[in-house]
Design a protein around this ligand. Sequence first.
Ligand SMILES: Nc1nc2c(c(=O)[nH]1)N[C@H]1C(S)=C(S)[C@@H](COP(=O)(O)OP(=O)(O)OC[C@H]3O[C@@H](n4cnc5c(=O)[nH]c(N)nc54)[C@H](O)[C@@H]3O)O[C@H]1N2
Ligand SMILES: Nc1nc2c(c(=O)[nH]1)N[C@H]1C(S)=C(S)[C@@H](COP(=O)(O)OP(=O)(O)OC[C@H]3O[C@@H](n4cnc5c(=O)[nH]c(N)nc54)[C@H](O)[C@@H]3O)O[C@H]1N2
Ligand code: SF4
Ligand SMILES: [Mo]
Length: 714
Amino acid sequence: MNPANNKKVVRSACVNCHGVCQVLVHLEGDRVVKVTGDKDSLTSRGYLCPKGAAAPELLYHPDRLQYPLRRTGKRGENKWSRISWAEAYEEIIDKLDHIRKEHGTEYFGMMQGTGRPYTGFVSRFINAYGSPNMTGVGHVCYAPRVLASFRTFGPLPICDIYGSGGEYPACIMIWGCNVTHSGASDGMCGGMLQRALKKAKKVIVVDPRRIGPVKTADHWLQIRPGTDGALALAMIHVIVTEDLIDHAFVDHYTLGYRELVDHVKDFSPEWAESITRISAQSIRETARTYATTSPACIQWGNGIDMSMCNFQTARSLLILRAITGNIDRPGGDVNWVHPKGVRMKTPFANPEFAGNRFLPREKHALAVDGRKYPMLPIVHPPAFWRSIVTGEPYRMRAFWIMGSNPLLTMSNGLEIEKALKKLEYIIVSDFFLTPTAQFADLVLPAAMWLETNDVVNIHKQWCVLAQKKVAQIGETKDTRETMIQVARRLGLEEAFPWENYQEFLGWMLEETGLDFDSFCEKGILTGNMEYYKYKKNGFATGSGKFEIYSERLRAKGVSPLPVFREPIPSPVSTPEVAKEYPLIITTGTKIRYLFHSEGRQIESLRKRNPDPLVEIHPETAQSLGVTDGDWVWIETKEARVRMRAKYFDGIARDVVSAQHAWWFPEEDPPEYGWKRSSANLLFSEMEYDPDSGSESLKCALCKIYPAKNESGEP
Ligand SMILES: Nc1nc2c(c(=O)[nH]1)N[C@H]1C(S)=C(S)[C@@H](COP(=O)(O)OP(=O)(O)OC[C@H]3O[C@@H](n4cnc5c(=O)[nH]c(N)nc54)[C@H](O)[C@@H]3O)O[C@H]1N2
Ligand SMILES: Nc1nc2c(c(=O)[nH]1)N[C@H]1C(S)=C(S)[C@@H](COP(=O)(O)OP(=O)(O)OC[C@H]3O[C@@H](n4cnc5c(=O)[nH]c(N)nc54)[C@H](O)[C@@H]3O)O[C@H]1N2
Ligand code: SF4
Ligand SMILES: [Mo]
């Protein structure tokens, strides 16, 4: 038959990142030929980034994992045999049942990567099994802001850019976030933010790099990496001392304003100038613009997440929003309303979803990190890996890695490698055999979004999107189906009451009165937006107020009012290190064509960014004998890696920005060259944020010098 007669278009939702875009999937017969943006979509209005467009290439990639694999050779020999799902389940059950009977449930650990459709299932699984040993990347991404929000007033605030309340933001302050470039993050669609920027009267950008929106911005504060906490405090200082606050809001709905006034007395713009390298005058002018242009919102991002005071900085930025009266008002920073009747599956919207009640209290005390960081809800990754290497306080026996590539995306990859070598049993669920998956005893093939149905809601709180299965490659399975089947066979039906994954989707929609198919016909369910909800309900804090001063934090040993901490290392905190390593390095600004360690094998994406890049000011590069495109060594006190220099005059002369998570799937297993260019190798033992345990991945010290070529010595 002529395939042209057999064309079909299916509405779905892309989840090649955190899933914000509704798309049209074009099929010829049962082959997916193209994905395009859906112009009728409320969330994305036709937007599609290159990763979304490349989804069919990912689907049909010849290296995709298609069947469960059991390791047959030694670790690292890349020898595998194909087994059935029944055998895979049997093997896992046998192992996990044995461990809980012989040793105790804490001898099994799990980790997950970034926000994915199955986030929430992982914590539910580990809680139901009975182990406190779950780790992940949340301490350097998103979670510090979410937790700061909950401790201060409620769920994470989102810029109100959809105009549901009849107003658009008049002022948008983009703070450490590059979403118009990367495509999407935290439930915000880059294309939609771009539209909102056009409508805004004032745009402010706080970023050490000249990002796209700087072009039309009224203020660009080119901050020294890692010092956002100082800038935020100084802006509060200006707004307080010049009385630019929203009195009605502050008087009626906040707690601790008086203490704040006292607290910020010394945090003048002049104080901040010496720390941030932004002139006191710019700080004053920017604070005035922000406080006097109403409504205003702050689009914040990863730029503040990976610092020595991420939780504290997030608190300052929340307070900025509150004292200017922008919380939950049209065009401001709002808390979305969930779609009615949908069982929201993100633990942030629905803490019950994480299944904490299944983990007995006494088990918490057995976590391998002793729960050292008060604002960290998971096991601190460095402690997690160390416990496996040293066997202190004990060595977990089995470990399940769910969609993560920790060798590349976490700090101290060489220590992680040691840990993976020592573990008795490792399961990895992924799309590909990654450098991490090469350490597995059992590899489980995961379904990507084209291969599975879903009620998509990862970070978006105000809607769920219909995702429709249109293809099936080999025997891939949705990661949640895998967990349901394993859980039920382990007798954990109370936490996993669904026979299978499709039944779970029905359960999510149960109270909407829709079944999955009728949900797909609608494509989207939205909540009915309501503003100023606090006027009716108060805020979700102990006091019912927006807690500028937090007694609960004080009781946990966390500063009750936000503070700034100088990053370590930095030219200020470690001047002796700076003598040998004079450049400040920020790492991991998101790449438009790639997603963390993903996409390196997708040809159409890789060719847009074929090599690992480090941005450097042309004058700095020239003074080091480096030409645009040259291979260079980036060296910190701990290690060195090779990348290609990319001239960029939108960055300060002593700051460089290196891409993260590089490996080379085209090279030989098991390493695929991951030790050559991964920026995360530049970080090993280090200082951590005392509240959240975060690494300072956006501020370290390095030097750069020419390398002869990709593989050569200088
Ligand atoms: N230096 C530095 N390091 C960073 C950052 C930085 O800015 N600088 N950013 C950090 C941030 S924000 C984050 S979130 C982390 C991300 O850290 P990770 O989540 O570990 O990174 P990824 O490479 O996206 O994901 C790892 C694997 O998940 C697989 N995968 C994707 N989707 C699925 C799925 O549906 N099911 C399964 N089973 N597997 C799937 C992919 O194939 C990939 O191999 O990295 C952090 N690391
Ligand atoms: N294409 C693509 N999209 C993605 C991802 C991806 O890997 N690729 N990852 C997804 C994930 S998990 C996340 S968390 C989001 C993150 O998305 P974003 O929040 O946008 O995070 P980044 O791109 O890491 O950094 C944002 C900006 O912070 C700036 N920055 C660096 N250091 C500092 C600093 O010290 N202070 C300030 N103020 N700014 C600084 C960088 O120059 C950059 O412009 O993106 C998501 N979307
Ligand atoms: S921004 Fe994310 S959801 Fe949208 S098309 Fe790109 S990968 Fe897909
Ligand atoms: Mo992230």
